[in-house]
Design a protein around this ligand. Structure first.
Ligand code: 13P
Ligand code: SF4
Length: 359
């Protein structure tokens, strides 16, 4: 694991640091205000013995001033599992903070927003997983980490966008020709294609589930669910075509929560951290990122020579809930506490541990 990120401790030094990173991305007068907040957040963080984890989608001023660790869901869950700090503040969404609590239950885990939802996590309930299991006895269930604890508890494995393919390949190696993969329709379709599986989707309700019970005579079959990310589902092949027409040299990167057509029309698809690494290794300049827009700002802040094209009318409202102001109040008031009932936590933990065990 990397060393924690260090930040300036005084307001003038923090202002200078933020101006150096973000001038041109965030107005300078706003950065001066953000610097004051960030210095106070970091002071309180030290006083309380807290650690702050920041997802790659955090707004630029927060991302570059307070998280001890930044990364994608997979990396941050690994950091959370090993965190020795008494308090973990998760600058991300609820399912991420819940994952931290599941992996490190003796810590006080705080989410700076009372909401911090996710359209994928909200698309499926524990009873849906139980119904699918009843229809496909013996078929292992893989749940995307973008689910709540009770859904993880009904699953055999979790996965993230960074290791979904690896988890399904491991199940194939164990001799499973069928896998239930929930709840992201598009991530499942992308992984099914990469791993040579056909995919079927139950329509909602008992009748629809029954139709998915017998996926014909297909041998390698993934049973999916029709959840979608409200951000990534909006990107289209036409968006890519239009940008390529105007900028023929553009390199297009799509998160695997985008549709299979969008992923196929892109040059690279991977987790948020995989996309950052890909951009940082590119020899030349112009990139189109099909993901939450803050990440483009965060990349440009560290790689000013990159020209980042984004379709910023599409934002994640849940990630956007988390601000420096909310993070400061979270530390001051020790809010909003994440709790997971023990029987659910223990079973969810087993699914996460199996994922982490895969590597
Ligand atoms: P990553 O696991 O790639 O960071 O993605 C999480 C997410 O919610 C993407 O929308
Ligand atoms: Fe959920 Fe999509 Fe937002 Fe990620 S971008 S947190 S998948 S709604």
């Amino acid at each position: 694991m990397a060393e924690p990120i260090r930040y300036p401790e005084t307001i003038p030094a923090m202002t200078e640091h933020l101006l150096e990173r973000l001038s041109g991305v965030v107005p300078d007068y706003e950065l001066a205000l953000k610097a004051e907040l960030a210095v106070e957040v970091n002071r309180l963080k030290r006083e309380l013995g807290a650690v702050i984890l920041g997802h790659n989608y955090m707004e630029p001023a927060l991302y570059h001033s307070v998280p001890d660790f930044t990364g994608d869901s997979l990396y941050l869950s690994r950091v959370a599992a090993k965190a020795e700090a008494e308090v973990i503040v998760f600058c991300g969404v609820r399912f991420m903070a819940e994952t931290a609590k599941i992996l490190n239950p003796s810590r006080l885990v705080l989410l700076p927003s009372p909401k911090g939802g996710c359209s994928l996590a909200e698309s499926i309930r524990a009873e849906d997983v139980r119904a699918l299991r009843a229809l496909h006895p013996g078929v292992p269930v893989v749940s995307y980490v973008n689910t709540y604890a009770d859904v993880k508890a009904e699953s055999d494995y979790c996965c993230t966008s960074g290791n979904a393919e690896e988890v399904v390949r491991e199940l194939q190696r164990q001799g499973h020709a069928r896998v239930i993969f929930l709840p992201d329709q598009y991530l499942a379709s992308n992984v099914a294609r990469e791993t040579g599986m056909a995919i079927v989707f139950p329509a909602r309700g008992a009748a629809g589930l029954a139709r998915a019970a017998d996926p014909a005579n297909l041998t390698r079959v993934m049973v999916g669910w029709q959840g979608r990310c409200e951000v990534h589902e909006k990107f289209t092949v036409l968006d890519i075509a239009r940008v390529r027409e105007q900028f023929p040299d553009v390199v297009v990167l799509a998160h695997p929560e985008c549709s299979p057509e969008v992923v196929a029309a892109s040059d690279f698809s991977g987790s948020t951290t995989a996309m950052i690494r890909y951009v940082e290794k590119l020899e030349r300049g112009r990139v189109l990122l099909l993901t939450e827009c803050s990440m483009g700002d965060n990349i440009v802040a560290r790689n000013p020579e990159r020209e980042m094209l984004r379709l910023c009318s599409i934002r994640c409202p849940h990630m956007g809930e988390i601000s420096l102001e909310q993070t400061l109040e979270s530390l001051r008031q020790k809010r909003y506490t994440i709790d997971v009932p023990e029987p659910i936590r223990a079973r969810a933990r087993a699914a996460l541990d199996r994922m982490i065990g895969i590597g």
